[in-house]
Design a binder for this molecule. Structure first.
Ligand SMILES: [Zn+2]
Ligand SMILES: [Zn+2]
Length: 461
């Protein structure tokens, strides 16, 4: 891996030589030039005829959509701080002709477009960005810095592609407002804050999202995928993302001199035993065909070589798909933590489970219906089942609230760029990386054409 200084020098050098090429990440200047050339050619060779009304509309309005996208990319805001992002989204939705309500469950935005009797379809975008300092070198890269909780400066970046999702939601609103004679029903577009903290959806629902506004018959969302080529879609029914729970365990002992352990109850030794004991829950207690993860991500105890402290603090992330396994993991963690303390003759540990995000379960029949639609629309070869993962996503909450939901993955990186990473034996920058960026022009066309087609189809029956 290149050092940061060298990498930045390369980027500067690239930009000086080829001012149009601003984000060729790890590539040499020469290959980056080739890439830009290919992109120019492919833009000029775009077919005049389009396979769906949404695609034709997206291509016609692409320049405008890219301006909207770049604005959001330049002005990212952290979870629970999405004030300007929400206000800008609200403004765009209002201009498109939707009835807009702001400040639903924090900075949540709800836009409603009623067009006669019919189905109600909700399209959800997330609004928040991440505490990541952008290193893409893009001309429209984020320069935003904010103070974090400890007073230090931290960069902010749309490193999860939520700016694509917001732009897509605006495009969908504009498209259906402009084609009112072609559909009947109610379109609900929501901008949801704090997805990265896993609690924005819960807050919007607690603020009576489905009581104050039309409750949808279906809810749709998409998410950028950094491993999937632009133009491709990953879609499947059933579980796609996991239950995510956080656990804090404070192991307790009795402190004293490091040279006199017999006068103490050592919390560090207990913690070490507990880390190992926790691993046996997944490996020995959970059915091997059921996905589950227990990771101890942080362990803190003690102050000095020769002092045995009173406590040691562990932080865990716990992942599963089903409610049954989730409950089993919880019970196992409680039992192991208490068991280690009991064996050491120590006081009971303090164990806190924080409210987690439930697993995302794509409605099976909805997924099947939209998969068939996308196959017809984009071609068989462009549709993949998409990977299931132990990541989390609070879009699941709308499903838990009784609405059939579907989230599909949107290929985010130009095919040729992905191919170069492959040739170099490198993985492309993942979501949340300071080097991740979507090829917005291609990605937005696929986003808008698929989402408008799916919504149109769901309005019909
Ligand atoms: Zn993310
Ligand atoms: Zn995300």
């Amino acid at each position: 891996m290149l050092g940061l200084a060298l990498f930045q020098a390369m980027l500067r050098d690239c930009r000086a030589k080829f001012p149009l090429i601003v984000a060729a990440a790890w590539f040499t200047c020469g290959s980056a030039l080739g890439h830009a050339q290919e992109r120019e050619d492919s833009t000029t060779k775009q077919p005049a005829a389009s396979s769906s009304p949404g695609e034709a509309w997206a291509r016609k309005n692409l320049e405008d959509l890219l301006t909207v996208y770049q604005h959001f990319h330049r002005t990212p805001e952290l979870s629970f701080q999405e004030k300007e992002t929400a206000a800008t989204l609200a403004k765009h939705l209002r201009e498109a002709g939707l009835e807009v309500t702001e400040n639903v469950g924090g900075y949540g935005v709800v836009g409603v477009l009623k067009n006669g009797a019919g189905r109600t379809v909700m399209v959800r975008t997330d609004l928040d960005a991440l505490p990541v300092k952008e290193l893409t070198g893009l001309a429209y890269a984020s320069q935003v810095m904010v103070k974090n909780d400890t007073g230090g400066e931290v960069g902010v970046m749309h490193a999860c592609g939520h700016d694509i999702h917001i732009t897509n939601a605006i495009a969908v609103a504009r498209f259906f407002a402009a084609h009112k004679s072609d559909w009947k029903g109610t379109l609900v577009v929501i901008g949801q804050p704090a997805e990265e903290r896993g609690s924005g959806a819960r807050k919007m629902l607690a603020d009576k999202l489905f009581e104050r506004f039309p409750k949808p018959d279906y809810a749709l969302a998409l998410h950028c995928d950094s491993t999937l080529a632009a133009g491709r879609i990953g879609i499947r029914g059933g579980y796609i993302l996991a239950n995510v729970d956080s656990v804090d365990i404070t192991v307790r002992g009795r402190g004293g001199h490091g040279a006199m352990p017999h006068t103490t109850v050592d919390p560090i030794v207990q913690a070490a035993e507990l880390v190992v004991a926790l691993q046996t829950i997944v490996s020995r207690e959970i059915k091997p065909t059921e996905p589950a993860v227990i990771t101890v991500g942080s362990i803190h105890g003690g102050t000095k070589h020769n002092i045995i402290g009173d406590t040691c603090h562990l932080q865990l992330t716990v992942r599963s798909y089903t409610d049954k396994v989730r409950a089993q993991l919880r019970e196992g963690i409680l039992r192991k933590a208490k068991g280690v303390a009991l064996a050491a003759g120590a006081p009971e540990p303090i164990i806190e489970f924080s409210d987690g995000t439930p697993a995302t379960f794509n409605d099976e029949s909805l997924a099947l219906r939209i998969t068939q639609l996308f196959r017809k629309q984009l071609g068989e070869d462009k549709i993949e089942p998409g990977e299931i993962s132990m990541g989390g996503e609070d879009f699941s909450e709308y499903g838990r609230a009784g609405v059939p939901i579907l989230m599909y993955r949107l290929g985010a990186v130009n095919e040729k760029r992905l191919q170069r990473f492959k040739e170099l034996g490198q993985s492309p920058p993942s979501l949340h990386s300071p080097l991740f960026y979507p090829d917005a022009d291609e990605v937005l066309v696929t986003a808008v054409s698929t989402m408008t087609a799916a919504v149109q189809d769901l309005f019909s029956k």
